[in-house]
Design a binder for this molecule. Structure first.
Ligand SMILES: *Cc1c(COP(=O)(O)O)cnc(C)c1O
Length: 410
């Protein structure tokens, strides 16, 4: 396989930046590939496969139903489409045109992010509510029940909530108000794993739909995601994703579709471009099973031990990096190493990315002069090479700028 990538001239990268989608997401275990290989070699009824997947996902997450999507982003589009169209085949056919149907999607102002596009893609019209007092340092307000209440009208279809440890206390408030008005809440929990209990947390709290990324901590195929939640909404999402080149007289849809409430046979829906392949479905189910069965504490201990070895090596070989181990904690369940960069952090990150082989560290704290080493998508076999590459880069960078210069620049 290495030979194949080599023939394309694409270098293998040392990824200590985490399960970043643009670097190919997580590394997959051989068992996951085996499941994909098996699926690749046979024909199956896709609706039957997704229905079986739904039962498996329900068992592992506590949700009523679930669906393998082509990513959390696709999951957000399908979730929005399900909230807008329900079982209405005419509405499914009309999306993203939402004329004549409620299409306002409420979001807390501080939750807006670039995945909003996935909601708008289905026809959702995002309405910002609440305040960003905390973010701006202006005060302590964020979003209150009366503000949600006063934003509701007959054109409101759903609320999209972006999960994070900081945002979590607000979720019960959103759920209470929206449910009192019979309206659904979609939770974007794409990157909220680990910890494993988050697989169940949002549904247990009452969320109607939840999306997770399959190519991040779940270590499934990069092009996958999970959409879990209410059975009727999952059924609607499935219909809007499946290939609908069916004969209305012979179509016998799988168990997730409520034929009594569905009038007419839907056409290709808004999600037709996000079809999950049988290989991806099998791969993600296998990965999900492995994730649920994994000893999470042992995994954290193993990550921590690997990082401790790296900290020792850098302290000896490249002390200017002043490596500090940040242990796993509730808001950051994966341990990381903070490296003080010997030149402006962006410059050092660029230097690492142009090495042979290229090296990637997480760039989220660059403004503080730090780059972070994250073990999630780093093969254990690459640990020693990573240490060596970064130590070499630090020695190259050190004469060009002292630490004092770096601080003075800010
Ligand atoms: C990664 C991410 C997504 C997109 O996930 P994909 O599986 O790559 O589509 C969406 N929302 C958030 C908050 C994310 O972190």
């Amino acid at each position: 396989m290495t030979g194949f990538l080599q023939s394309l001239g694409v270098p293998r990268r040392l990824n200590a930046a985490g399960t970043l989608t643009r670097l190919g997401g997580a590394l997959m275990a051989p068992e996951v590939l085996q499941a994909m290989q098996e699926a690749a070699a046979c024909s199956v009824d896709m609706a039957e496969l997704q229905t079986a997947a739904s039962q498996r996902i329900a068992g592992l997450t506590g949700a009523e139903a679930g669906l393998v999507t082509t990513g959390a982003s696709a999951g957000l589009t399908l979730a929005t489409a399900a909230c807008l169209a329900g079982w209405d085949a005419a509405r499914m056919a009309a999306l993203p045109d939402t004329q004549g149907m409620p299409a306002r999607v409420l979001m807390h102002r501080t939750h807006r992010n670039t995945y909003d596009h996935a909601v708008r893609l289905a026809g959702g019209c995002i309405v910002d509510i609440g305040h960003n007092d905390r973010g701006t340092g202006a005060g302590v307000r964020s979003l209150e029940a009366w503000e949600i209440e006063s934003a509701l009208d007959a054109q409101t279809a759903a609320f999209v909530f972006v999960a994070s440890p900081e945002a979590l206390p607000l979720l019960p408030v959103v759920l209470e108000v929206m449910h009192r008005h019979g309206l659904p809440v979609v939770v974007d929990a794409a990157a909220q794993l680990p910890p494993r209990e988050n697989l169940r947390r949002y549904v247990e709290m009452g969320a109607d739909l939840v999306v997770f990324s399959g190519g991040k901590a779940l270590e499934g195929p990069q092009s996958t995601g999970l959409l879990i939640g209410r059975r009727d909404l999952i059924g609607s999402a499935l219909l809007q994703m499946m290939d609908m080149d069916v004969h209305p007289r012979t179509w016998a849809p799988a168990g997730l579709v409520d034929m009594a409430r569905l009038r007419g046979t839907p056409l290709h829906g808004i999600g037709r471009g996000f079809k999950a392949g049988k290989e991806e479905i099998a791969g993600l189910l296998c990965a999900l099973q492995r994730f649920v069965e994994r000893d999470e504490a042992a995994q954290v201990a193993q990550w921590t031990q690997r990082l401790q070895v790296m900290v020792q090596a850098w302290t000896a070989q490249a002390p200017m990096l002043a490596p500090v181990l940040w242990p796993a904690r509730l808001s950051q369940p994966v341990p990381q190493i903070a490296l003080h960069t010997p030149e402006p952090a962006a410059q050092f990150s660029r230097r690492l990315q142009t090495m042979e082989p290229p090296v990637h560290l997480a760039e989220g704290r660059m403004e503080d002069g730090l780059l972070l080493a994250n073990p999630m998508a780093l093969a254990t076999a690459d640990d020693a090479l990573l240490v060596q590459q970064i130590a070499r880069a630090a020695q190259d960078a050190w004469p060009s700028a002292s630490r004092t210069d770096t601080f003075a620049e800010r």
